[in-house]
Design a protein around this ligand. Sequence first.
Ligand SMILES: [Zn+2]
Length: 440
Amino acid sequence: MRTHLSLALLLFVVPALTYAQTQAPHTAQPMPKTQSPESVHRSAIVIDTHADTPQRFVDEHFDLAEPLGGGNLNLDSVHKGNLGAEFFSIWVEPEQYKGQYARRTLELIDAVKQQVAHHPDQIEFVTSPAGIEQAHRDRKFAALMGIEGGHSIEDSIPLLRQYYALGVRYMTLTWANSNGWADSSGDIDDKSIPHTTEGLNEFGKDVVYEMNRLGMMVDVSHVSDRTFFRTLIISRAPVIASHSDARALCDAPRNMTDDMLRAVARSGGPESKGGVIQVNFFNGFLSQPWRDAYKAIKPEADKAAQALKDKAKAEGKPVPYDEIEKLQRQYVDRIPRPPFSILIDHIDHIAKVAGIDHVGIGSDFDGVSGQLPEGMDSTADLPKITAALMARGYSAEDCRKILGGNLLRVFREVEQVSKELKSEDRPRITEKQPFDKEQK
Ligand SMILES: [Zn+2]
């Protein structure tokens, strides 16, 4: 990247200087324009593929018109940062909502729609790439949804289809919990948790196929390495990693190896232009020193969290997830924030390994207890990414791809594959679901 860009700079800047020196100032000929990072950022359709704000809508009755109040995304920060579209994450905490996954999923979906209903002049509910572009033309913020964690479908293809019907346009196959049909990087080493033998069992393969058929993007963030590779073999459409970083720079099991980054770029079959990895802003996935410091204080933080859980249990109350988060935040706030450049390092690494057409942004805003690099506090800070990329030699076109162009391309291809699969008239998927949990 840097080499070809500095060459481009030489080719462009030197003639521009000569031109300026040889032309009389009164001549009407226009000067060649260099685009400022600000204008490049303003010209882009900026798409973020992961924010956990729906938890706030439901649990804190947070409205997007309110001040941030410790969060990372509201309407003001969206406008300041020129955020064009957000995929709001529909994430169901698997312990707290055991037995109520569908109910909680629907409440989060409803909460996103309520925000759109409260602010029709500013927000547009969108379910397609064309919709994102239309909202951009209408100067509105496009709200989309992705489900984080396949446990939300409760082993039911019909539920998956209904989530699609409600507007969900990606699903992360697992969160940090394996769900019986796909394995998670979060518990793959835990022998007490049942795992599949191939990464996906037969039902899991049906889920991926049905997502391809519906036109729901298959999201491989969080899954185990084996599930990742099995999914890429199965998926007829390119896949996304909605919020994942590079394992070469930070050794988190949930980050992606260079082989995985290249595999995403090649995903989706021979005709495909490949998938996209959307960079997560969480310090714990970006920075090795931060991660090491966290590991050192984790036992102490876990002990305090367990005490809180035990207390709730003794009182017969549900596990207070937000209180646990608040408590853990007190511990992690002691770790110094890594520099902003670490975020750009991951984008740069993925662009070099997977290619400039295969990297984007998936912030994880409102989902990481504020553990974000220096200078990245809300969506208002997104223009800093464009400025930093341009300072490293990325062109305006490169930046627009990273900021949202790549995701739009993949989203469009997923729609195209869906059209093709629907026209193939393949045998209907058996309705004999949910699958038998005994056959592992
Ligand atoms: Zn996540």
